[in-house]
Design a binder for this molecule. Structure first.
Ligand SMILES: [Zn+2]
Length: 58
């Protein structure tokens, strides 16, 4: 089943909705790259939490 997540685009500060499709359980990666509609760049999103990778690093 698909899942909807919302993340905050670090470039524009906009909340962006993204639909996650369920990946096979044997996929090891925890982050996916999402083409952001707000800034047209790629963001790394944690598939489990829906949080942006490195959101609070700076
Ligand atoms: Zn963005």
């Amino acid at each position: 089943m698909d899942r909807q997540i919302v993340f905050k685009c670090p470039a524009t500060g906009m909340n962006v909705q993204h639909r996650l499709t369920d990946a096979p359980a044997d996929v090891a990666e925890t982050h996916i790259s999402v083409a952001c509609p707000a800034c047209t760049r790629l963001h790394l999103i944690n598939r489990t939490t829906g949080k942006l990778l490195g959101e609070r690093l700076r």
